[in-house]
Write a protein that binds this ligand. Structure first.
Ligand SMILES: C[S@@+](CC[C@H](N)C(=O)[O-])C[C@H]1O[C@@H](n2cnc3c(N)ncnc32)[C@H](O)[C@@H]1O
Length: 277
């Protein structure tokens, strides 16, 4: 069995839960062993998009959101500065709310914000409407001709929510939209064996540094009992070993390497770079 799998961390059971205004039914694959490792298995990863589009509470308070955005802005700036092109075209794929967009827009020739969740995307489009060099895109708008050649693609904290086949399709899409000297950064990739406890510890350390430790602790308990906890148990995350991710990038025509540090606060996760040559 390949190590690039969806790891189901709990028993796969149907979950029905009200998310914001939409009642959705989360039905993973039929019941399977609790700690099995399996690939795809009929799991509907689209439900993750519904989760992100809902009124979730992944960020425990405003300080957490702001600290996350500040950290990601600084990671973007570091890689934009290293792009080798002044004011590069940057594609942030799976951008979420991108609260850092205003902070990094001036460093980019064009900043393309791609988000699959329709409510998040609509709010984001409204928020950045006044920024002439920022565009909001649905995933199917990421296509050659529709956008300028991209110098830097960044996908931060996205891969765990994609099936392997979806990631492979995206690797090919990105190749088609990249400028010849462009590169792709896949960030916050989760290796197998990183448990929710490791993630929780990393968050608590980050929270202690940024002054929201108490809220983070309460938030973690709430998250464990929430939609996110249930969905993570029923849908799982896609996880990749370093070797597997390097092989996957190489098999899609990229020159691949791991880069340090990882984006964001959790250094048990990984960042990879793929260049066209
Ligand atoms: C964990 S959030 C990360 C947001 C942002 N990159 C950050 O670091 O703050 C993952 C985001 O990816 C979006 N997403 C999931 N699948 C996607 C896809 N196929 N194309 C574009 N966005 C996607 C989700 O809706 C969600 O907003």
């Amino acid at each position: 069995m390949s190590e690039t799998c969806l790891r189901h961390e709990g028993v796969a059971t149907p979950v029905a839960k009200r998310m914001g205004s939409a009642r959705i039914s989360l039905t993973a694959s039929p019941a399977r062993p609790t700690e099995g490792v399996e690939c795809d298995g009929g799991v509907d990863m689209r439900n993750w998009i519904e989760f992100w589009d809902s009124d979730h509470a992944i960020y425990v308070n405003a300080r957490h959101k702001a600290a996350h955005a500040e950290g990601i802005a600084s990671d973007f700036r570091r890689h934009i500065a290293a792009a080798g092109t002044p004011r590069p075209v940057v594609l942030d794929h799976g951008c979420g709310e991108a609260l850092y967009a205003e902070a990094i827009a001036a460093d980019c020739g064009t900043l393309l914000l791609c988000e699959a969740a329709p409510t998040i995307r609509a709010r984001l489009a409204e928020r950045v409407a006044g920024l002439a060099n920022v565009r909001t895109l649905a995933p199917d708008e990421v296509a050659p001709g529709a956008i300028p050649p991209v110098d830097l693609v960044i996908a931060n904290s996205l891969l765990q929510y994609l099936k392997r086949a979806e990631l492979e399709a995206l690797l090919d899409t990105w190749k088609r939209v990249l400028a010849p000297s462009g590169r792709v950064l896949l960030c916050d990739v989760i290796p197998p064996g990183v448990s929710p406890i490791t993630d929780a510890t990393a968050l608590l350390r980050f929270a202690a540094r940024e002054g929201f430790a108490t809220a983070a602790f309460t938030g973690l308990v709430k998250t464990a009992l929430s939609d996110y906890g249930r969905i993570r148990k029923s849908l799982g995350f896609s996880m990749y070993t370093e070797a597997d991710m390097l092989a996957l990038l190489t098999s899609h025509g990229y020159v691949a390497k791991r880069v340090y540090p990882n984006f964001g606060h959790n250094q048990s996760r990984m960042t990879f770079e793929g260049r066209l040559g």
